[in-house]
Design a binder for this molecule. Structure first.
Ligand code: ZN
Length: 483
């Protein structure tokens, strides 16, 4: 493949907002209800009904606008986007066209080599979702209109993205932000976060854009990367062969790993946009902006940097812990319970969260906010390690027990008699017995084979069911073997 070309990519991301009711009526947005049960005359567009805007939808869109440095439009208006499709009973979608609620922001992505790049955000606008056509049932195509009127924001990027990897990183950032803000659950598989890509290629050094295509139906991060790579290569191949790229919409087929043409791409004028006559303009004043702005959570990037600077965590740890707000909240919850974090304590907490906690969270498929071993319970376990009551090894068993019972670490340690054996005299007795039983190994050690030392440690641990304090065992063994 020729490397004389560069891809020009812009993403349109739809995020379903986590409001209880729909954008313009009081129907529930609950996912998974019986088909066509979450509906009313308003979201079905029956004659004579009037939509009423849900205020929370505006709050949520403003949160995303503010966190990405957009300007909030003082007076934005809704528009009708007209098109015919079976899952759109009204025959139009209420959207925003000329005056979107937010415009002119950006997000920062960080590439593998650590360099940072800004990707511009052209606009964020409000719109309502359409229903769903279900094709994968033997009989006919079925329509479920529960989703009609569910609120969305569409985040439109500038064509600043130059590779499939950058597209992936940008989408990751958008997902991180909407979930931090609590405005979208970020679930790509269930379609609450959807991404379309506008792609063109041009010879390096050229300033004019080539003809672009739009790729849809990429319902996972991996598919976004693969689909973009596929389409970039397809366009370069066409140009190299002297052919033209046609402006069209392609559908990504994850099973076949190809994008196939769906239709020639619509232009904006195909939708006959006009201002929505049933809704008044959305007027946003400074007071409203300030109240939304003061309720924003700490930006994930600032939180990551704070973990590195104040807790002295390695950047890798800080990245993992701030990937989701719930992880970072949990990590900080453990630290808060243990008192101001020193470098060592913070790293200990980080290790436990990144390995044991996140593994168990993944296996049990619960949200970390509902994880049975709460931050306070984990802090209780770490306190027992730090004051020498139990060893790290025993702590892992106690942690497993805590997953199954609601007892705190202290109670489990007492109930199971797991208190670490640190008493030197008691350990000396065990060591003496082990050395007496294994005189050939003792000879080997004395002859200079230091590897045998590990064997003795293992035997002592076995004899004490893992409860012996490893520091004391090492000291006693050294003393006895050299005497
Ligand atoms: Zn409704």
């Amino acid at each position: 493949m020729s490397t004389d070309y560069e891809p020009i990519i812009g993403l349109e991301v739809h995020a379903q907002l986590l409001t209880d009711s729909k954008a313009f009526c009081s129907c529930t947005t609950k996912f998974g209800n019986d088909p066509n049960s979450n509906v009313c005359p308003v979201c079905l567009g029956l004659p004579g009904v009037l939509p009423v805007l849900n205020k929370k939808v505006v709050d949520f869109a403003m949160r995303m606008g503010l966190v990405t440095g957009c300007t909030i439009t003082p007076t934005s208006i809704f528009a009708r986007k007209n098109y015919f499709y079976p899952d759109l009973p009204k025959g139009y979608q209420i959207s925003q066209y000329e005056e979107p609620i937010c415009a002119g922001g950006s997000v920062e992505i960080e590439t593998d080599d650590g360099s940072r790049k800004r990707i511009g955000i052209t606009r964020i606008h409000l719109e309502e979702d359409a229903g769903k056509s279900i094709h994968d049932i033997d009989i006919d195509t079925l329509v479920d209109v529960n989703r009609c009127g569910v609120p969305l924001i569409e985040i439109v990027s500038e064509p600043d993205i130059r590779s499939a990897k950058e597209a992936y990183l940008y989408l990751y950032k958008i997902r991180q932000l909407v979930t931090y803000l609590g405005i979208c659950d970020g679930n790509m598989e269930e379609g609450s976060l959807r991404c379309d890509a506008n792609i063109s290629v041009r010879k390096k050094g050229e300033t004019k854009f080539g003809t672009k295509t739009e790729v849809k139906n990429m319902n996972s991060f991996r598919n976004v990367e693969r689909a973009i790579e596929f389409e970039v290569h397809r366009q370069i191949r066409l140009l190299e062969e002297g052919e033209r790229v046609h402006q069209e919409t392609l559908l990504w087929d994850a099973n076949l790993s190809i994008a196939t043409p769906m239709r020639s791409k619509e232009e904006a004028h195909d939708y006959r946009y006009f201002p929505e006559p049933d809704l008044v303009p959305v007027v946003i004043n400074e007071t409203w902006i300030n109240s939304v702005s003061s309720g924003l959570p700490e930006h994930p990037t600032s939180r990551r940097d704070r973990f590195v600077e104040e807790h002295h965590l390695p950047k890798y740890d800080a990245d993992v812990l701030t990937a989701e707000k719930g992880y970072a909240d949990y990590y900080e919850g453990v630290n808060n319970a243990l008192g101001a974090p020193t470098k060592e304590k913070a790293k200990q907490v980080s290790n436990w969260v990144m390995t044991d906690v996140l593994r168990a969270v993944g296996e049990s498929k619960v949200d970390i906010g509902d994880f049975p071993v709460s931050a306070d319970r984990l802090a209780g376990l770490l306190r027992l390690i730090n004051d020498g009551t139990i060893s790290n090894k025993i702590a892992r068993d106690v942690f497993a027990e805590m997953l199954a019972s609601s007892d705190d670490a202290n109670a489990i340690v007492e109930r199971k008699g797991l208190v670490q054996l640190s008493d030197e005299t008691a350990i000396e007795a065990v060591v003496a017995e082990i050395l007496a039983k294994n005189s050939p190994q003792v000879e080997k050690y004395k002859a200079g084979n230091e590897k045998v030392f590990g064997f003795f440690v293992g035997e002592v641990m076995k004899a004490t069911k893992g409860k012996a304090n490893p520091g004391v065992v090492n000291a006693v063994l050294k003393k006895k073997l050299t005497s």
